[in-house]
Design a protein around this ligand. Structure first.
Ligand SMILES: Nc1ncnc2c1ncn2[C@@H]1O[C@H](COP(=O)(O)OP(=O)(O)OP(=O)(O)O)[C@@H](O)[C@H]1O
Ligand SMILES: [Mg+2]
Length: 471
């Protein structure tokens, strides 16, 4: 909304000051300020209370206007809350109706600017508060996801089906990153009453999740914690399910379930989530495509194009301070793309390797795995990465699969890695520079974790790598 639309609405709302109810414009329905007042004073939704909510917002702004334009504010009060005509006000002030009209118009313009500024401020604060619950983004800039993001956003914002949306694609392709970017856009639209991001914690050591029933139970506990933070002890599971169902039917909530991996989990969960959705929606990221019968909209995360991959390579290199890349030609960097395809995680890891190995050597090693499946490419990348790490960084990385997927605080990591203060932070920095460590947690509490793919390969292959000759 811009100030001039708002001004039209505000004029309509002022004229309707004494009218119970009214249309959306007269009730200033689009303002978050008004929505908040409604929660406070118009819980019963009666027309008179809806009017009161809009009037309270107007009065608040008139009070502020008074500080900068006493005369204008006075005229607004006489005209609308006190219900005098233009003629009555002109008579009282002993001026022409033309003068009153002019002053009133200027006052409404100022009033609109004041309300616009309040609204903006309020929206920003609200968005920040909701965003604070999201894990920090794993990227600084995203490439090639504009149109995918737009499509996904449209699906999420529509008030029709699909209620369940699945973002499907191979490991490292950018599902979590895309879900994150879109969620941040959704937050600014205020289309949802609540936005809850849940991450499935796999048993990182085994790579297996718990049973589907346990996964569902954990998710419901996560939702309960966000919807009713004051509940010290959660409710018994049957009651909890009923409460959540009722809340998700009454309010429009967006629930993002990140990293839903196993087919069993996905099939089981989707059948339950269907019952909880509408008007609330679920966005799921998963490596396995949900079965046909589940009523979901599938969005396939695609590989990056060459141009976007090159942009990502250059950007990431700059981010972690690898200067060699800035002078490399597109053809030279294209060689990386030929080997990794447009898989962002693979691209980031290879770029990080350029810090310690020449491109030719990385290529030669990668070529050995090229004919195999995606797994083989990643195995080669992780192997080379591992072999070029310092002993301290290896110790720390080796400890990482022991921590939950939601990450761990530095103190804990230091304890389990057995590194001293002077070894620990350089090791953290080294792993960060090699794109192996991700920052998790919230803005207020930073945690470190590793990508699920890193964990998979560490667990499966590390013992072989230790016996290998350096690459
Ligand atoms: N389009 C992109 N531009 C820049 N960086 C990206 C892009 N897509 C993904 N990334 C980065 O690549 C890494 C891998 O992406 P992400 O974790 O989203 O993959 P994923 O598909 O969720 O993988 P998994 O199935 O293992 O969970 C992340 O560090 C992410 O920030
Ligand atoms: Mg993911």
């Amino acid at each position: 909304m811009n100030v001039s639309d708002l001004q039209t609405n505000i004029h309509a709302a002022l004229r309707a000051w004494h009218k119970p109810g009214g249309d959306l414009q007269e009730l200033l329905d689009s303002l978050m300020l008004v929505q908040e007042q409604r929660t406070a004073v118009a819980a019963d939704g009666s027309p008179a209370k809806l009017r009161l909510a809009a009037n309270l917002v107007l009065l608040d702004a008139i009070e502020e206007l008074e500080k900068q334009d006493h005369h204008g504010a006075q005229i607004l009060r006489w005209r609308f809350p006190d219900n005098n005509t233009i003629e009555q006000v002109a008579h009282r002030l002993n001026v022409s109706t033309h003068t009153v009209n002019r002053t009133q118009r200027a006052a409404i313009t100022s009033l609109s600017e004041i309300i616009f500024a309040h609204e903006q401020h309020h929206r920003e604060q609200h968005a920040q508060a909701v965003e604070a619950f999201l894990p920090p983004a794993s990227y600084r800039k995203l490439f090639g996801l504009e149109s995918a993001g737009d499509q996904l956003l449209a699906q999420i914002l529509s008030d029709q089906a699909p209620w369940l949306i699945a973002l499907v694609g191979i490991g490292g392709i950018g599902k979590t990153a895309l879900a994150d970017a879109v969620t941040r856009r959704v937050i600014t639209t205020l289309a949802y009453d609540e936005i809850i991001w849940l991450r499935i914690d796999h048993h990182t050591l085994t790579g297996q999740s718990l049973s589907p029933e346990t996964t569902l139970e954990t998710l419901l506990q996560g939702i309960e914690k966000r919807l009713w933070p004051q509940r010290v002890k959660g409710k018994p599971s049957q009651e909890r399910l009923l409460d959540i169902r009722q809340a998700l039917k009454q309010h429009r909530c967006l629930i993002i379930i990140d990293n839903l991996e196993s087919e069993a989990d996905t099939a089981f969960l989707l059948s339950h989530l269907n019952d909880l959705a509408q008007p609330s929606k679920f966005l799921i990221t998963t490596r396995t495509r949900p079965a046909h019968q589940a009523i979901v909209y599938n969005h396939h995360a695609e590989e990056l194009s060459l141009a976007n991959a090159l942009a990502l390579i250059r950007h990431h290199a700059q981010d972690i301070g690898i200067s060699a890349v800035s002078t490399a030609s597109d053809e030279e960097l294209g060689a990386i793309y030929e080997l990794t395809g447009g898989n962002p995680l693979a691209l980031k890891l290879v770029v990080s390797l350029l810090d310690v190995l020449p491109l030719g050597q990385i290529r030669a090693n990668l070529l050995q795995g090229k004919s195999g499946p995606l797994d083989e490419m990643y195995r080669q990348i992780f192997r080379q990465t591992w072999q070029t790490l310092s002993p301290d960084a290896r110790l720390l990385l080796q400890a990482m699969p022991l921590v939950a997927e939601s990450g761990a605080l530095p103190d804990y990591l230091q304890a389990i890695s057995t590194l001293s203060d002077s070894q620990f932070w350089p090791a953290i920095q080294e792993l960060r520079n090699r794109s192996l460590l991700e920052v998790r947690g919230t803005l207020l509490e930073k945690r470190y974790g590793i990508h699920r793919l890193t964990a998979t390969f560490l667990n499966a292959d590390i013992t072989h790598w230790d016996q290998d000759q350096p690459a």
